[in-house]
Every structure is written in C-alpha cells, then in structure tokens.
Design a protein. Structure first.
Length: 157
C-alpha cells in the first residue's frame, strides 16, 4: 500500500455536505495532516495559509480557525480520505485551482522558496486527486512561489 492510499484511494465521503469554500479549506487540512496526525495539525498555521487566498480575504481569523477546527473534527470522525472525497465533490470548477493553491501554500519551504523534495509526492497525489493537469499545476506552483518572493522582498524593504 502506497503512503497516501488511505487518503486518495478511500471510497468514503462525509455524512454532511460542505460548501465550496469549506472544500478549499478541507484540501488544505488534508495537505497539513497527510504526513502527520490530526492531533499535530496547527490550526492557526492552516488558517493563516488560507488567508493568502482571494476566496478567504473577507474572512476573519476566527472564522477561518472555526472552519479548520470543524474540518479537522470531521476528518477525525469520518476519516481524512472521506474529507478529501467530499471536498473534491464539493469544489466548484472555479474553486478547484484555489484548492490546489492552498496545498502549495502549505507545502512551500519559505526559507528556500521551493517545494521540498519530500513533499513533491504529496503535491502530485493532490494534483491527481483534484484532476489538475501538469501545466495548470505548474502555473499555480509558480504563482504561489512568486507571491512568496514578493512578500519576502516587501519584508526586506
């Protein structure tokens, strides 16, 4: 069994539906816990990462933290694979790329401004699970890395 099969080969879905915005956050949650455990998830880090996306720019920190907490709770009860599958089904076409971007944001090594080698397989699995082609995926990765570079330059001035 491959490392991420329990997530990406799962057949389960959540009992309750989630919104398209929650689905974007759910993909971030899945990304955050794929290589660790639900208990180790850093809710504030995930919420802060989501704030980088345009879809959440009008959300408060408390709203994002509450959303991430809810999604972690659902994953704990029903499984990370069920959360991923429900998120995938709940994503509108417009939000699909935002969901992938949320994964990229969480996986970027901010010091080296790249996706660490050890995280590339996870990102590839998420890309496949979301059915995003290589060209679109690379555009999103480049865009996210560019925004991190811009932020770093702003902080230096």
């Amino acid at each position: 069994m491959a490392k991420y099969d329990k997530i990406f080969k799962s057949e389960g879905t959540l009992k309750e539906p989630i919104s398209s915005e929650e689905a974007v956050a759910a993909i971030a949650v899945v990304t955050a816990v794929a290589d660790s455990s639900l208990e180790e998830a850093d809710v504030e880090f995930i919420a802060d990462s989501l704030w980088e996306l345009e879809v959440f720019e009008d959300s408060s920190d408390d709203e994002l933290i509450e959303m991430v907490d809810k999604l972690l709770s659902l994953a704990e009860k029903e499984g990370v694979g069920a959360l991923f599958n429900t998120a995938r089904q709940s994503l509108s076409q417009e939000m699909l790329l935002d969901a992938f971007a949320s994964s990229v944001i969480l996986l970027v090594d901010e010091d080296e401004l790249r996706i660490p080698k050890g995280k590339k397989n996870l990102l590839k699995e998420i890309q496949k699970g979301l059915e995003i082609n290589d060209e679109e995926a690379q555009e999103i990765i480049d865009e996210v890395l560019s925004s991190f570079e811009d932020l770093e330059e702003e902080e230096e001035t």
